[in-house]
Design a protein. Sequence first.
Length: 230
Amino acid sequence: MPNFTEKLSGFWHWYHDLYNNEWYIEAGLEKFEKKKLQSIELKDSSLKKFKKEIENCQKCSLGKTRTNFVFGVGNEKAELMFVGEAPGKDEDLQGIPFVGRAGQLLNRLLKHIHLNREDVYIANILKCRPPKNRDPLPEEVEKCLPYLHKQIELVNPKLLVALGKVAGQNLLKSQFSLSNLRKRIWQYQNIPLIVTFHPAYILRYPAMLDEALEDMKFIKKELESLHSTG
Ligand code: SF4
């Protein structure tokens, strides 16, 4: 069993590899990822139409402070849909979810189960960045959540994955802690739902990486079993 230092060292090598030891190319990488992601977003006219309908939303005060409205991105026919919490700084600047370091880590976690960003759809509970990345307020969630419900309806995934406690609690209307939400199959309107860590949390607590990788295997296994049951 590796101790904490060994785990930290392992994570660092993994993370180091993720950035290919060239931190200075990060901006270029992000530009590349943005271009690649834009090329796969919103081919479906119903999602495109829905984005147009809501992209100027001012239903809560975050509409005034955002740089960009962050709708969602990915394969509009995805079998696997991820739901995060809210846009961060990079996402607010680029208008695309999960493009910063947490997004790069999510890409790597997907690769662990042989998936790419192009295979999945990703959206957040909130479409606009809360100032200083604070937690979403209940009134913001209440106003914004119907947009996510509609996105889920349009994508109609076989399996939903909530990234982090905030996404899990709000989708399941539960107050359970993350540890109680993980490693179980929940139901969101007849769609199976699994809750795992938010990638930003793993960046803060790298010792949780092993558990996050186990969750990814659990997600893959559930997706495969959904295939076998049609
Ligand atoms: S966070 Fe949601 S409800 Fe608030 S302004 Fe943005 S889109 Fe509208």
